[in-house]
Design a protein. Structure first.
Length: 309
């Protein structure tokens, strides 16, 4: 397939480009920078200089291109979000950005569109001990002022992908990324400086190694069913307390301090993620329909490779 990849220079995009090329696809990678363009060309992709928030500029940049598919992997999150405002630019990429990419897809004759958001669309709360499947309500409004703006954008993202005429839209709902990527590095760095505490009570999170997240996107491009969301997470949900301790060990840092959850009140988004949310994602559908399975079944194997790399 001839694939336009938004976010081609990012954490997931950088993993995806070689995987797509290896699978025999041709990749056109969007970037806003000359440096990004040079990196893409070096890796074997065709650079497309465009800002996906500038609809006219994007359509101009892909004019004359014939495409089979468009993949949206762009975000504007740097590291671990602490405050709600850290997600606003990504919210816009999921809403207007998706609309602009769909316009580019239609202009170029692409019929497949893969987009992504993440597990917190199920809600920043305790989901109990049962595995959360894609049949649960996703990105519902009414979760509180801080959260509704993120929910609206995740809903708009999937709704547009699934309902645009002539487009086979597929959505990935990723677990939390870790591996050789900025937020894992940042958390390890905080752990080394003893600034990453274990908060009690601790939430439960579903993780996915960035290499596996990229592989899932390639599988979705090739085999995803139109109009279908897929959860993408590894085999073992983990308590945030255990995960923080494992990060510290992998970083060669001392044992983290334990603090009461209320101490994180100054960073409400982080607190919601680390202490209030308990979620065990089921990726059964992705295994069954995409033939995907994580190469790193748990964070233990994944963090070991991270520590060595
Ligand atoms: N599930 C999760 O846990 C989750 C989900 C999302 C992100 N994150 C975290 O967020 C961090 C960032 O990772 P990432 O790979 O998504 O981001 P990143 O490494 O910062 O890359 C963002 C990508 O989006 C592109 N982009 C951003 N705004 C754009 C725009 N207006 N027009 C065109 N392209 C645009 C960038 O392209 P150029 O800069 O080249 O133009 C780049 O390719 C990571 O630490 C990751 O762990 C986590």
């Amino acid at each position: 397939m001839r694939v336009l990849l938004a976010g081609a220079t990012g954490t997931i995009g950088t993993e995806m480009v070689p995987q797509l090329l290896h699978a025999g696809h041709e990749v056109l990678g969007i970037t806003r920078s000359e440096r990004g363009a040079a990196r893409l060309a070096e890796s074997g992709a065709i650079p497309i200089n465009a800002d996906m928030m500038d609809r006219e500029g994007l359509l101009r940049a892909v004019r004359g291109q014939r495409l089979d598919a468009v993949v949206h992997q762009a975000t504007a999150i740097t590291g671990t979000p602490l405050f709600h405002r850290d997600l606003y630019a990504t919210d816009r990429l999921r809403d207007e950005g998706t609309a602009n990419l769909l316009a580019a897809a239609r202009q170029s004759g692409a019929t497949r569109f893969v987009t992504q958001s993440f597990f917190l669309g199920y809600g920043y709360r305790d989901h109990g001990t049962e595995p959360v499947t894609e049949d649960r309500p996703f990105a519902e409004p009414g979760q509180g002022r801080g959260y509704d703006v993120h929910m609206r954008s995740m809903r708009a993202n999937e709704h547009q992908a699934f309902s645009t005429p002539g487009i086979e839209g597929i959505a990935l709902r990723y677990g939390m990324f870790y591996g050789p990527e900025p937020s894992t590095r940042k958390l390890m760095d905080l752990a080394r400086r003893r600034l990453l505490p274990v908060a009690r009570p601790a939430g439960v999170v579903s993780l996915v190694h960035v290499h596996d997240a990229a592989a899932a996107a390639v599988a979705a491009l090739e085999r995803g069913r139109a109009g279908t969301p897929y959860n993408i997470a590894d085999d073992e949900p983990v308590g945030f307390d255990d995960y923080v301790r494992a990060l510290a060990r992998a970083a060669g840092a001392p044992e983290p301090r334990t603090v009461p959850a209320w101490l994180l009140a100054a960073t409400p988004y982080l607190k919601a993620m680390m202490t209030n949310t308990r979620i065990r994602l089921s990726s059964e559908r992705a295994r069954r329909e995409l033939g995907w399975q994580p190469g790193y079944p748990t964070y233990r194997e994944g963090l070991l490779t991270r520590a060595r790399s």
